[in-house]
Write a protein that binds this ligand. Structure first.
Ligand code: SF4
Length: 378
């Protein structure tokens, strides 16, 4: 399915809008087409733009003979979250992460749970401004161990995400991409070369769902997952949001889990999360907890070592156990940690089997708090 690009923009950068100047930033991945249009090569959408048009994601636009990023250095807001909220269960558990996003998205999921940001056509959404250096400094000041590009997909603000990640790396802060993985090969390599961890949203395991419900394709997402596993050292986990009657059948879950174990191995954690009616999908009921437990069971029956339920109260389904001896390794109640059964090297304290992931000697102590912060003009 191809979706139309937007009508031409009224002005050139920097543009004044309600007294706020929005800078544009040059980008790398685009091609001039013989018919005079310029194609953005960041994602499979391949938006081919006339002067002044924006791509489907709304944040990349043609300006002159190139594609620019219109949201560089601007955010829809910053918040200190538990890393468990991304969700990442095996990456620095218990630590805090400085989370932020921009606006727009390169998919068009009818069930979007973040639509106020991802579907934003208003630059007013980008209320907070911060240079890459300012984001890294804030993460240090706030005691965060990592920064997360979340709320919307860093693929579409790749240049800003990469510069923030570089500034963070200089300060010893790690970077986390929360992404749908809908990205072309070259920008994929560029983005993940700067990331330390990722959570990839695998929305379903059939092309029809991606085409009809998200206006996208499954194959590029699977390519991203295989690239992360075999082409990088990035720690990554997978989230699968289950929607009643659309992507939650035993057969589909079984096929997905067989693919995950076969192509990615048994150590990639799976998070099965609950849908609630939102955006353009109000005709489906919320996901029952029993569906999440069923998906978790199917994952583990297929050999996935770490599978979790999300968006529901389920201490057993959200805690980590040693895949070898069954010992409780990390107890979780929502985003709060309880018992800790790992030794300082990240092995099971009972049988010494390594637990896959990135662990420190002790768990963090951030807890379940969520702390909105304002960085202000950089
Ligand atoms: S990143 Fe945006 S502009 Fe580029 S191809 Fe994808 S949707 Fe289109």
């Amino acid at each position: 399915m191809s979706l139309p690009c937007s009508p031409p923009l009224p002005g050139r950068s920097p543009r004044a809008h309600d007294g706020v100047v929005h800078e544009t930033h040059p980008t790398t991945f685009w091609s001039a087409l013989p018919d005079g249009r310029v194609r953005c090569d960041v994602c499979p959408r391949a938006c081919s733009l006339h002067e002044g048009q924006r791509g489907l994601c709304f944040v990349r636009a043609r300006e002159g003979d190139e594609i620019v990023l219109t949201t560089y250095g601007r955010s829809s807001g910053f918040c200190v979250d538990p890393i468990e909220k991304k969700p990442l269960a095996h990456f620095l558990p218990g630590t805090s992460v400085l989370s932020f996003g921009t606006a727009g998205c390169n998919l068009a999921c009818r069930f979007c749970q973040n639509w106020d940001i991802s579907k934003s056509r208003e630059t007013d959404t980008l209320a907070d401004a911060a240079s890459p250096r300012a984001v890294a400094d804030a993460a240090v000041r706030l005691g965060c161990r990592s920064v997360a590009f979340t709320y919307n997909d860093p693929v579409i603000f790749l240049e800003y995400a990469v510069d923030v990640a570089d500034a963070c790396r200089e300060r010893g802060i790690r970077s986390v991409a929360v992404t749908a993985g809908y990205v072309n090969a070259e920008p994929r390599r560029d983005l993940f070369a700067h990331m330390d961890a990722a959570n990839v949203d695998l929305k379903a395991f059939n092309e029809d769902f991606y085409r009809r419900v998200c206006a996208g394709r499954l194959a590029p997402v699977l390519e991203t997952l295989e690239f992360l596993k075999h082409g990088t050292d990035v720690w990554f986990e997978i989230t699968n949001l289950l929607i009643p009657g659309l992507n939650d059948s035993d057969a589909e879950l079984d096929a997905m889990m067989r693919w995950v174990v076969d192509r990615l191995g048994p150590d990639v954690p799976m998070h099965f999360t609950a849908f609630h009616p939102d955006w353009k999908m109000l005709d489906r009921p919320p996901t029952p907890a029993s569906t999440l437990s069923r998906a978790r069971r199917i994952a583990m029956e297929n050999g996935v070592r770490y599978a979790y339920t999300g968006n529901v109260r389920d201490v057993d389904g959200q805690s980590t156990r040693c895949h070898a001896c069954g010992q409780l390794l990390v107890e979780r109640d929502g985003y709060a940690l309880g018992a800790w059964g790992l030794d300082p090297s990240g092995r099971c304290a009972r049988c010494a089997e390594p637990c896959a992931g990135v662990f420190e000697e002790r768990p963090g102590r951030w807890g379940a708090r969520r702390l909105p912060v304002r960085l202000g003009a950089a």
